[in-house]
Each structure stands twice: as structure tokens, then as C-alpha cells.
Design a protein around this ligand. Structure first.
Ligand code: CU
Length: 154
């Protein structure tokens, strides 16, 4: 019985390297697009049990993915690529419309509501990097008329 418990503990410990921060991603979603629309955004809640930073993102389904921040610049909403999003220990960081987001770019085809967009986040903690796979479900834009309120400069 003791041997079995030890084996189970070993198995669960093996899923993460000892140095890795334990990062949980919840409520991941992507914005469904209109035909011809080349960009969209993905949003989620990220929580790390150690100080960490989101330093990159990619997707096997999207040609180009960037980490962005949207901010008011005077009275104009602008967004820009950011090198990293800080993930302070134990704090839930929201990627949401109007703030930080994962930018999905050069889309080859529209993203339909209900489609699952696979994302790979790169998180750095203690000078080391780990990747986290996330599945973001596409949701139809609310209201329908304005798929993105981004002021695009790409
Ligand atoms: Cu953006």
C-alpha cells in the first residue's frame, strides 16, 4: 500500500519540473471573426503560484500571434505589442477586451463561433521558460456590428 502511494506521488510530481511555476489558465476564449477579417483577439484569466511573466504566445492554427496591450492614449484607444505581462505570485491576471490580449493575426480563414483555437503560452519564472497549452473557444462578438474596437496599426 505504501509503495502504491509513493508511486502515485512520483507520477504527479513528474508532470512539472521542480523549478516550474504552477500556472493555471481559465476562461480562455477567442473572438469569432467576420469573413475577410484578418485579426482577432484571445482572452483568459492567468494565475501563477510563483512570480512569473507571460513572454510569448503562438498557435498551430494562427500564422502570427502577439501579446498586446490596449490603452487609452489621450482619447484614442491604441494597442501595442508588449514584451511581457507580469504574473505576480497568487494574483489572477485578466486578459480581456480593452486591456491585455493575445492578438491573432494574418488569419487565413474566419474563426467560427464554437471553434477551438489552440494556443501555446510561454511563461518565464525564475529565469526559465515553460510552455502552457490553452484551448480558447471562439465566441461570437457581442452585438455583432463591431467585431473589434481596436485601432489597428498593423
Ligand atoms: Cu491587439
Amino acid at each position: 500500500m505504501k509503495a502504491l502511494v509513493a508511486a502515485v506521488l512520483l507520477a504527479s510530481a513528474a508532470t512539472l519540473p521542480a523549478w516550474a511555476a504552477n500556472v493555471s489558465v481559465t476562461d480562455a476564449w477567442a473572438r469569432a471573426t467576420m469573413p475577410g477579417q484578418k485579426v482577432s483577439g484571445a482572452y483568459m484569466q492567468i494565475r501563477s503560484d510563483a512570480d512569473a511573466r507571460l513572454v510569448g504566445a503562438s498557435s498551430p492554427a494562427v500564422p502570427r500571434v502577439e501579446v498586446h496591450e490596449m490603452k487609452m492614449d489621450g482619447d484614442v484607444m491604441r494597442m501595442r505589442e508588449v514584451k511581457a505581462i507580469e504574473l505576480p505570485k497568487g494574483k489572477t491576471v485578466s486578459l480581456e477586451p480593452g486591456g491585455y490580449h493575445i492578438m491573432l493575426m494574418n488569419l487565413a480563414k474566419p474563426i467560427a463561433a464554437g471553434e477551438i483555437i489552440p494556443l501555446v503560452l510561454t511563461v518565464e519564472s525564475g529565469g526559465k521558460q515553460q510552455t502552457i497549452e490553452v484551448k480558447a473557444e471562439a465566441r461570437a462578438p457581442m452585438g455583432g456590428a463591431m467585431p473589434m474596437q481596436h485601432n489597428h496599426r498593423h
